[in-house]
Design a protein around this ligand. Structure first.
Ligand code: PLP
Length: 350
């Protein structure tokens, strides 16, 4: 089945009670027992399972090609669950330019709870190999990265992880549909469904998708329901609705971004464009091998420094000055004045 068709059908069933073609939203937090005390429909309580969440999880598993998916109330709640599935003393390898919320999660929460973390340049496989030790249980990747759109060879990193007896996960938020990490040998995919999957900048959510039903996946399910970072039924409904048009939107995002990147690359006042779809990008060859298209995010550096970059963002007409990718609108951000000192974004970058 083509991915476009799959996206329309995955997680969708006609409501047997009414014939409704759009799923009803089940707000009920609790479900009736039968006379023997059992639950004939399989649902017990909203935190442990809900029909809308189950439908979303079926859709997520189908689109990423995994056996099981777990929906959360945000992307960082999903990332948090996989870290909670580890034990104190376990070692994690993560990229130096990982999403800033993940850096915060690792440094300010999980290192305090006894996880050991090494931050490495994931585009350098020797650095990754050098960081792995017998306690390594997870290698976390994110590609293309934010804000430099660096490309990690995820199949090669997964091989390093597996040789060390660790699992390998990929934050695939920036490249759904066009990059399928589970097909490339990874064990987990994470999404901030707030971005492309929801697709309309109107719902916050996150997800993990497991390639197979392992003990670790089982542990993630326990954490989801025990720690309770679950999304609301309406949020699940909105995200699944967004996913129905995702393959077509990704095609449009990729086509538009390539046109903008090509135009910028030729512009007199632009010094560098970071977009993996351009042949001049350092990760272009690997991106071509592991992505079917290059998605909708790019960054660029303008001549004239920080002021010129800020001025550029201030003058745009169709682009809104806002953070967070993946909606149907066009956003632009000048990271230097708003991100911490530690941002890898040069001051002249947009
Ligand atoms: C937004 C984002 C996250 C975090 O997701 P939230 O839904 O905001 O918690 C993680 N990774 C990447 C790459 C993101 O863009």
């Amino acid at each position: 089945m083509r991915i476009e068709t799959l996206a329309v059908h995955a997680g969708h069933e006609i409501d047997t009670a009414t014939g409704a073609v759009a799923a009803p939203i089940h707000l009920s937090t609790t479900f009736e027992r039968d006379a023997e005390g059992g639950y004939p429909h399989g649902y017990i309580y909203g935190r442990s399972a809900n029909p809308n969440r189950q439908a979303l999880e079926q859709g997520l598993a189908a689109l990423e090609g995994g056996e099981e998916a777990f929906a959360f109330g945000s992307g960082v709640a999903a990332s948090s669950a996989i870290l909670q599935a580890l034990a104190p003393g376990d070692h994690v390898v993560a990229p130096t330019d990982v999403y800033h919320g993940m850096t915060k999660l690792l440094r300010e929460v999980y290192m305090r709870w006894g996880l050991e973390v090494s931050f490495v340049d994931m585009t350098n496989l020797d650095s990754v190999r050098g960081a792995v030790d017998p306690k390594t249980k997870l290698i976390w990747t994110e590609t293309p990265s934010n804000p430099l759109l660096k490309i990690t060879n995820i199949a090669a990193v997964a091989e390093i992880a597996h040789a060390a007896g660790a699992i390998c996960a990929c934050d695939n938020t920036w490249a759904p549909i066009v990059q399928r990490p589970l097909d490339l040998g990874l064990d987990f995919v994470m999404h901030s469904t707030t971005k492309y999957l929801g697709g309309h900048s109107d719902v916050t959510g996150g997800a993990l998708v497991a390639k197979t039903k392992t003990d670790c996946a089982e542990r993630v399910r326990e954490i989801q329901t025990t720690c309770g970072g679950v999304p609301s039924p309406f949020d699940c409904w909105l995200i699944l609705r967004g996913m129905r048009s995702l393959p077509w939107r990704m095609r449009a995002h990729s086509e538009n971004a390539l046109k903008v990147a090509t135009w910028l690359a030729d512009h007199q006042r632009v010094e560098r464009v970071h977009y993996p779809g351009l042949a001049s990008h350092a990760g272009h060859e690997i991106a071509r091998q592991q992505m079917s298209d290059f998605s909708g995010m790019l960054s660029f550096e303008v001549g004239g420094g920080k002021e010129a970059a800020g001025g550029g963002a201030a003058k745009t007409k169709l682009f809104l000055r806002a953070t967070s990718p993946g909606g149907v609108g066009r956003f632009i951000e000048h990271p230097a004045p708003i991100k911490s000192e530690k941002t890898p974004a040069p001051p002249r970058m947009l």
